[in-house]
Design a protein around this ligand. Structure first.
Ligand code: ASP
Length: 305
């Protein structure tokens, strides 16, 4: 009996300003459509999450690919991970600067390397050797982000005090999917946090922190302030609770409570098990999300109401 496919995507959790809501909704809907095209034709969940995430990397609305936040030196530096719940194979890249779609490089690592994780120039070299065209870092920088960094750096002290300020956005993108064969997968891609120190790596591309997939437990993708999420290994924390018999919907909410209570962290999570149960939760004012199954399809910027 084939399984009914399910796809859930997110485009970051933060105080998304009203004038950016439409762009976020459009972005997650486009990502959903791309991943769903794979799943409805019986394609693997791994391909579906790759396609969904690549669409959001191409969309300047999000902090991934072109349009990513700039680091302290004004450069784009990106991290991504993709993981296959059937085999536990994973591919990750960290601190890459010349790859427009880091998720595609991560996928190449998963499929074509005995290694799991590449960083910096080594990751770019691997990508180029496996058919991924390298770009210039300037190609990924857009005027909006140059201005955002300038504004942020000129008000550093004020920003430190208010992590939910509209300028402190968390626009990382991610997807989790279940395919007709009953396999789940997850992918997460990010430009990291605004004004980060060069070489800083967040949760997004670390296995079990910002991304995880195991058919025996769950597939998860997180977004938000990466350092607290890393400390709790939050994606794996959530997957373990699903494996113990809890519903993803409940676990995702619990993960957000745990993040807040234990390390005063904020963010959001999408979580999906291999029976198609899923959860979407955030402890930020808003989070861009969308899901699709055979029965229904929905997108929103608030899951708490
Ligand atoms: N979690 C990401 C990081 O800390 C940022 C985000 O989700 O927007 O790198």
């Amino acid at each position: 009996m084939p399984t009914n496919p399910v796809l859930v995507v997110h485009g970051g959790a933060w105080a998304i300003p009203d004038d950016m809501v439409e762009a976020h909704l459009r972005g997650v809907r486009n990502a959903l459509a791309a991943g769903w095209r794979v799943l409805e034709h019986g394609g693997p969940s791994l391909d579906a999450v790759e396609e969904s995430v690549a669409v959001m990397e191409d969309d300047e609305t999000f902090d991934a690919g072109r349009g990513s936040f700039l680091n302290r030196d004004g450069r784009v530096q990106m991290d991504a991970l993709i993981m296959d719940g059937a085999t536990l194979r994973a591919g990750g890249v960290g601190c890459v600067e010349r790859i427009a779609n880091p998720v595609r490089a991560a996928r190449k690592i998963l499929s074509e390397s005995p290694h799991v994780y590449f960083v910096g120039e080594g990751a770019e070299k691997f990508a180029a050797e496996h058919g991924i065209r390298l770009c210039r870092n300037e190609d990924l920088v857009i005027p909006r982000e140059v201005e955002r960094l300038r504004e942020y750096q000129s008000h550093l002290e004020e920003h430190r005090a208010d992590l939910f300020a509209p300028t402190i956005s968390h626009d990382t993108v991610g997807a989790v999917a279940l395919d007709r064969d009953g396999n789940i997968a997850a992918a997460t891609s990010t430009g990291g946090t605004l004004n980060k120190a060069p070489g800083r790596l967040g949760d997004s591309s670390l296995i079990g922190c910002g991304c995880y997939a195991n058919n025996e437990s769950a597939a998860a993708s997180t977004t938000g302030w990466g350092e607290p999420i890393m400390k709790l290994v939050l994606a794996k924390w959530a997957a373990d609770r699903v494996e113990a018999g809890n519903l993803p919907e409940w676990v995702a909410k619990e993960a957000m409570n745990y993040l807040k209570q234990r390390v005063n962290g904020h963010g959001g999570m999408i979580l999906l098990d291999s029976e198609g149960h899923f959860g979407i939760a955030h402890n930020t004012p808003r989070m861009a999300w969308a899901f699709r199954s055979l029965e229904s399809q929905e997108a929103g910027i608030d899951r708490n109401r």
